[in-house]
Design a protein around this ligand. Structure first.
Ligand code: AHR
Length: 635
């Protein structure tokens, strides 16, 4: 293989490898957002008691012996309209228990912050006792809170866990009898990402941080669109005080699911402010995607009439002000009040998620004109519909080209073979046309989103082979992201996913390791790697791409061997002198079906070794089914 270090073909965009976050598979509530109480403000529409139990009473009727909690609705119309009124008849008998998100993960020796609002309504209730409980009501940590007022008052306490358990519950008992009102009952680990109160789960953010993502796309995915327009994602309802954020049934609740998840709601505790903050933490460009006035075309496909599109466009304009506006603008003021006076430097905005057809193009044009009129520097991401080469794919691409669209988002969930065979997908794309955002892709070991779909090694190395094609075409492909990003072991609706977690653990799949290898070796400039003058796009089942990094003065070559044989190759580094010693990072596994797992999270992880070159020539034995990264510093 010939690598021409001085032949710089194109810049590699810092956004080349990023992450796509959607609240699917309990990725936000029950996942990244570290809240441990499910249905903390009794707002779940299907049943405001979902997640709660009152074992010694009948939870839906009054006047049981021990006591009963019942839902009361506020007369006013804030986002948070319900609270629970607990009537305690027997303070030795009544219990109110929250089950968490398929349990609560608690760790021995760690502390948890409890928050709630309460108002004594009648009687003499003086204290609330709170306990972590395990099997057979074993107590695994406890605290108590004195109740002092008949007015709504915010209370906090801390509980130290005395044991580790993935499926603890939180139990409330009361001292005294009478009625007490409770709302926004919330519990978070003290140890969150960056120690932020009511923050994000540390291990999950760490996995994202380690990817060094160039951008963070949020909040989806189909949840941007909603099954109906009324259920679309509305960012304005996700900012400001969390207790006023109106809960919404998640688009991934129950239907189209291989697991029933009737308890899947969005609390929006992880809202747009938190997404921007997370982007900043990760050093990633924020990339919000907004509804374009079309509900999910896989569902209702409901359309906003063209003459009623204004509020949707205003949402986009106001979002830019929320992110970037001065603190004396209405939305910049809110950002400031939420604790971020400085702008978030939003550069990209997505119009619609995975929309297609003339209805989309018609709406996209209006958004584009309005956004550019006010914010000409804003880069707009447009959609091309689902999966490549569908009915409307060509149509959308042509129309968007005519409109000089800047970045088009393509999605593909295909077989591992498809990924290997399509490493040349972008070789023929117009260098002067729109840039490409490969915004959602993942190899499917079975059929798309099937429960048998696995994050296996064949899928992962096939994605790596394809990614050399993305990289070779960095002139056109400016952003890429695997999807979906995260899944709860017991709460998922879609497989495969890049990161799996349960209430205590999390791990990166083999696909995660591939993403990380490319992202942390992205370089700054594309250079050529050829065999007899040709790019390596699957000849002898080998794929390759190469970059230099002007920051670290390195040349980085990525070679994927998708065959079951080891293959000898020689790499000639031409054009610059390189140091004698370099680094070889190999990600491999023996079998196509191999996977990382909770039991063996490090089965497929990169191994680094030192390698030498002789006058710029490196002799390599590429392992069967392997992804190799070769790095040398230039002099
Ligand atoms: O990633 C899962 C879903 O796939 C996304 O929500 C949607 O954009 C696509 O259809």
């Amino acid at each position: 293989l010939e690598v021409d270090i001085n032949n710089k073909i194109a810049g590699i965009q810092p956004t080349m490898y990023g992450v796509f976050f959607e609240d699917i598979n309990f990725a936000a509530d029950g996942g990244l957002y570290a809240e441990m109480i499910k249905n903390r403000s009794f707002e779940f529409t299907v049943d405001p008691f979902l997640g709660w139990d009152q074992p010694n009473s009948d939870k839906h009727s009054f006047n049981k012996n021990s006591g009963i909690g019942s839902i009361v609705k506020y007369a006013d119309n804030t986002g948070n309209t319900n609270f629970i009124r607990v009537k305690v008849n027997d303070d030795k008998g009544y219990e109110l228990i929250n089950e968490g998100f398929r349990g609560m993960g608690i760790k021995e020796g760690e502390s948890y912050n409890l928050y709630f609002s309460a108002a004594k309504h009648s009687g003499n209730i003086s204290k609330i006792n709170v306990e972590f409980i395990g099997e057979n009501n074993t107590v695994l940590g406890e605290t108590s809170v004195d109740i002092t007022s008949t007015d709504w008052t915010d209370y906090t306490a801390q509980i130290l866990a005395t044991n580790t358990l993935a499926k603890a519950k939180l139990k409330f008992t009361f001292e005294g009898t009478g009625e007490i009102d409770l709302d926004m009952i919330s519990l978070f680990p003290v140890d969150t990402w960056k120690g932020r109160e009511k923050g994000l789960r540390k291990d999950l953010v760490q996995l994202l941080y380690d990817l060094d993502p160039g951008f963070l796309r949020f909040p989806g995915g189909c949840i941007v669109e909603g099954r109906t327009l009324a259920r679309r994602y509305q960012w304005k309802k996700t900012v400001g005080p969390i207790e006023n954020r109106e809960v919404l049934v998640n688009r991934w609740n129950t239907e189209f699911n291989h697991r029933l998840t009737p308890d899947y709601y969005q609390s929006f505790g992880l809202g747009f402010f938190e997404y921007f903050q997370l982007s900043e933490d990760l050093g990633a460009e924020p990339l919000p995607i907004l509804s374009c006035g079309m509900a999910c075309q896989f569902n209702s496909g409901e359309l906003v009439p063209m003459d009623e599109l204004d509020p949707y466009i205003q949402d986009a304009i106001d979002l830019i002000e929320f992110a970037n506006g001065a603190i004396d603008t209405p939305w910049g003021k809110l950002r400031n009040e939420m604790g971020h006076p400085k702008p978030f430097n939003l550069k990209y905005i997505g119009v619609g998620n995975e929309q297609w057809g003339p209805d989309y193009i018609e709406r996209y044009k209006v958004f584009e004109q309005a956004i550019k009129a006010q914010y000409p520097e804003m880069i707009i991401v447009s959609g091309s519909g689902p999966f490549p080469d569908g009915d409307y794919f060509e149509y959308g691409m042509e129309e968007l080209k005519k409109l000089n669209a800047e970045i088009i988002d393509e999605h593909y969930y295909c077989s591992p073979e498809w990924f290997r065979e399509n490493a040349t997908r972008y070789d023929s794309y117009d260098r002067n046309g729109p840039k490409i955002f490969a915004g959602e892709y993942a190899a499917q070991s079975v059929a798309i989103a099937s429960p048998e779909n696995r994050n296996n090694w064949e899928c992962a190395f096939s994605e790596a082979a394809f990614m050399t094609g993305l990289e070779r075409n960095a002139e056109v492909v400016n952003l890429t992201s695997y999807a979906p990003l995260m899944a709860h072991e017991e709460g998922w609706q879609w497989t495969p996913d890049m990161i799996w977690f349960n209430n205590l653990q999390s791990y990166g799949t083999a696909n995660y390791q591939v993403q990380k290898l490319f992202s942390t070796n992205r370089g700054t400039d594309l250079i050529s790697v050829t065999n007899n003058g040709k790019a390596l796009t699957g000849q002898n089942e080998l794929y390759a791409s190469a970059v230099t990094d002007s920051g670290t003065n390195e040349v980085i070559v990525k070679v994927v061997n998708t065959s079951n044989q080891s293959q000898e190759v020689a790499i000639n580094l031409k054009g610059e002198k390189v140091y004698k010693k370099g680094e070889l990072i190999v990600l491999k596994s023996e079998n196509l079906e191999d996977e990382n797992s909770f039991e063996n999270p490090d089965k497929i992880v990169p191994v680094t070794a030192e390698i030498q070159n002789k006058s710029g020539r490196i002799q390599l034995d590429l392992q069967p089914y392997s992804v190799s990264v070769i790095k040398f510093k230039t002099r």
